[in-house]
Design a protein around this ligand. Structure first.
Ligand code: HEC
Ligand code: HEC
Ligand code: HEC
Ligand code: HEC
Ligand code: HEC
Ligand code: HEC
Length: 395
C-alpha cells in the first residue's frame, strides 16, 4: 500500500532521478544562464519544495557554481532591467550561492553577491522615497505633479509643477478643459512652454489676462511649487483663501459664495475629499461652462440602472444629467463608453485599471472605496421608486 507519506517520498525520489539525468546533459554555457539545464532543474525542484534534491544538485555541480553565479549577476545587471526582474535573478543567484556555501564550503560567490544586492536595495529605497515625496503632494484627489521634463526644470532651477484640479473645478466645469483644451488622460497632452508660447494648453487661460501668465517671472513659483512651502494652500481644502477665490471668480465671471457654506466649512466626504455635489446643492459656486460664448451646452436628462448579476452588491444608478452637466458627451462617448444601453461590459477589475467609471472615479472624482455611493439602489427597489429620486446635487 502506498500512503501519502510514501507517495511523497517516491515523488522526491523521482524528482531526484530527473535532476540527475538533467545534470548529465547540463550545459551551463547556454545562451541565457537561466535557461541552462542546471538552473532550470534548480528552479523546478524549488517550486516542488524538493530541497533535498536541490542540495544534491548543488553538490553535483560544485565546479560550475561560481560561473553560474557570475552569469546570473551579469544577466541581472543588464542596463534597463526592472528592479523586480533584477532582484528575482539576484535572489536566485543568492539561493544557489548560499547552498553552495553550506554544502560545498565555498563562501566566495555569496561574498561577491552581498554588496551587489545591498546596493540595489539602497538604490530602490532612494527611488521609493522620491516616489513617496510626490505621492504626498498628490494625496488630495486630482492633484497632479507634472514633471515630464524634470531634468530641464532642475537645470533651470524651478520645482516640478503641482496642478490642482480642485481649485480649477471651483471656476470651471470639466467641459471647459475636457476635451476642448486637454485630452482626459495624464501625460498625453505634451504640456510644455513651447505650447504655452503659442497661447495653448495652460496658457489658454494663464495668459496674463484671464489669469497669471506663464512667461511672468513673478508667477513661475505659483505653478512650479510641488514640494515647496507655497504648495500648502493647494494640498488641503482647509487652507482655502475664500476672499482670494471670490475675487478671482468675480473677475472671470464665475461665482464663489462662501457665506452659503454651513458653518463656513467646505463639505467633505468620508474620505475627507471635497463633496462637490453637496457644494452644488448649497449653491456655493457657479463654475463657467465654456470659454466660448457661443457654446451650446447639451444635457442628457435620464438615469441608467445597472442591474448586477451577483447578489452580493446593490445595483448602480448612473445619472446622465449630473454627469453631462459637468462633462461633455464627447469626453465619454465613444472613448470611455459606447453610447448604447447595455453596450459595455463594465467590471470592477477593469475599473480598477482606469477603464469605464474608473477613468474619473478614484482619480479626480470620488474614490472606489466609497462603494455605496455607486451601489446605491437596493436590489428589490422598483424602477418607479428609483425614477422619482431627487438628483443628488439637488438635495
Ligand atoms: C482647467 C482645466 C481642467 C479642468 C477644469 C478639469 N481638468 Fe481634468 N485634467 C486637466 C489636465 C491639465 C490634466 C492632465 C493632462 C496631462 O497630464 O496631459 C487632466 C487630466 C484628467 C484626467 C486623467 C487622469 C489620469 O489619471 O489619466 C481625468 C480623469 C480628469 N482630468 C478628469 C476631470 C474631471 C472629472 C473634471 C471636472 C470635474 C476635470 N478633469 C476638470 C485639466 C482640467
Ligand atoms: C480654463 C482656464 C485655465 C486653464 C486651462 C488652466 N488654469 Fe490654472 N488657473 C486658472 C484660474 C482662473 C486660476 C485662479 C487663479 C487666479 O487667476 O486668480 C488658476 C489657478 C491655478 C493655480 C493656483 C495658483 C495660486 O497661486 O493660487 C495653479 C497652480 C494653476 N492654475 C496651474 C495651472 C496649470 C499647470 C495648468 C495647465 C496644466 C492650468 N493651470 C490650466 C485658469 C486656468
Ligand atoms: C500656469 C503654470 C505655469 C507657470 C506660471 C510657469 N510654468 Fe513652467 N511649466 C508648467 C508646466 C505644466 C510644465 C510642464 C511640466 C512637465 O514637464 O510635465 C512646465 C515646464 C517648465 C520647464 C521645462 C521645459 C518645458 O517647457 O517643458 C521649465 C524650464 C519651466 N517650466 C520654467 C518656468 C519658468 C522659468 C517660469 C516663469 C517665467 C514658468 N515656468 C512658469 C507650468 C507653468
Ligand atoms: C464609481 C462607481 C462605483 C463604485 C465606487 C463601486 N462600483 Fe462596483 N460596480 C459599478 C458598476 C457600474 C458595475 C457594473 C454593474 C453591472 O453591470 O453589473 C459594478 C459592479 C460590481 C460588482 C459585480 C461585478 C464585478 O465587476 O465584479 C461587484 C461585486 C462590485 N461592483 C463591488 C463593488 C465594491 C465592493 C465596491 C467598493 C469597494 C464598488 N463596487 C465600488 C460601479 C461602482
Ligand atoms: C460620464 C460619462 C458620460 C457622459 C458625459 C455622457 N454619457 Fe451617455 N452614457 C454613459 C454611460 C455609462 C451609458 C450607459 C452605457 C451602457 O449601458 O453600457 C451611456 C449611454 C448613453 C446612450 C444610450 C442610453 C440612452 O441614454 O439612451 C446615449 C444615447 C448616450 N449615452 C448619449 C449621451 C449624450 C448625448 C451625452 C451628452 C449630453 C452623454 N451621453 C454624456 C456615460 C456618459
Ligand atoms: C468622465 C468622468 C467620469 C466618469 C467616466 C464617470 N463619472 Fe461619475 N462622476 C463624475 C463627476 C465629475 C461627478 C461629480 C462628483 C465628483 O466629482 O465627486 C460624478 C458623480 C457620480 C455620482 C454621484 C452623483 C449621482 O449620480 O448620484 C455617482 C453615483 C457616479 N458618479 C457614478 C458613476 C458611475 C457608475 C460611472 C460609470 C458607469 C461613472 N460615474 C463614470 C465623473 C465621472
Amino acid at each position: 500500500m502506498i500512503t501519502a507519506k510514501t507517495s511523497l517520498f517516491y515523488r522526491a525520489l523521482f524528482m531526484q532521478i530527473i535532476c540527475i539525468c538533467l545534470f548529465y546533459v547540463s550545459n551551463v554555457n547556454a545562451s541565457a544562464v537561466t535557461e541552462s539545464k542546471f538552473v532550470q532543474a534548480f528552479i523546478l525542484l524549488g517550486e516542488n519544495k524538493s530541497f533535498n534534491a536541490q542540495a544534491a544538485l548543488i553538490e553535483q555541480n560544485v565546479a560550475d557554481i561560481p560561473q553560474v553565479v557570475e552569469q546570473l549577476i551579469a544577466e541581472a545587471m543588464v542596463d534597463g532591467k526592472k528592479f523586480e526582474e533584477r532582484m528575482s535573478l539576484l535572489n536566485l543567484a543568492s539561493t544557489i550561492a548560499t547552498m553552495h556555501m553550506y554544502w560545498n564550503g565555498d563562501k566566495k560567490p555569496q561574498a561577491r553577491l552581498d554588496p551587489i544586492i545591498d546596493k540595489e536595495l539602497r538604490l530602490e529605497r532612494v527611488r521609493m522615497a522620491e516616489v513617496m515625496k510626490w505621492k504626498k503632494q498628490e494625496r488630495l484627489l486630482g492633484n497632479f505633479v507634472m514633471k515630464r521634463n524634470a531634468a530641464v526644470m532642475a537645470e533651470k532651477g524651478v520645482a516640478p509643477v503641482l496642478y490642482p484640479h480642485w481649485m480649477h473645478r471651483i471656476y470651471f466645469e470639466c467641459k471647459v478643459c475636457h476635451s476642448a483644451i486637454f485630452d482626459i488622460k495624464r501625460w498625453s497632452n505634451n504640456i510644455s512652454h513651447t505650447e504655452f508660447d503659442k497661447g495653448e494648453l495652460c496658457a489658454e487661460c494663464h495668459d496674463g489676462n484671464l489669469s497669471f501668465a506663464t512667461d511672468d517671472d513673478e508667477s513661475c513659483i505659483r505653478c512650479h511649487v510641488a514640494g515647496q512651502a507655497g504648495a500648502a494652500k493647494l494640498l488641503k481644502p482647509d487652507n482655502i483663501d475664500h476672499e482670494a477665490i471670490k475675487a478671482s471668480a468675480k473677475r472671470i465671471g464665475a461665482e464663489w459664495r462662501p457665506e452659503n457654506l454651513p458653518e463656513g466649512q467646505l463639505p467633505l466626504d468620508r474620505f475627507r475629499m471635497i463633496d462637490w455635489l453637496a457644494l452644488k446643492s448649497f449653491d456655493v459656486f457657479k463654475p463657467l461652462v465654456s470659454l466660448d460664448e457661443n457654446y451650446e451646452e447639451e444635457i442628457r436628462d435620464n438615469r441608467i440602472l445597472f442591474v448586477g448579476k451577483t447578489d452580493s452588491v446593490d445595483n448602480v444608478l448612473f445619472d446622465h444629467r449630473v454627469h453631462s452637466d459637468w462633462i461633455s458627451c464627447s469626453t465619454c462617448h465613444p472613448a470611455i463608453f459606447k453610447a448604447e444601453l447595455g453596450g459595455n461590459r463594465i467590471r470592477m477589475m477593469a475599473m480598477a485599471r482606469g477603464r469605464f467609471c474608473g477613468h474619473c472615479h478614484g482619480r479626480v472624482s470620488f474614490t472606489f472605496a466609497d462603494c455605496k455611493r455607486c451601489h446605491n439602489v437596493p436590489r428589490e427597489a422598483t424602477l418607479e421608486s428609483v425614477l422619482h429620486r431627487p438628483h443628488s446635487d439637488k438635495m
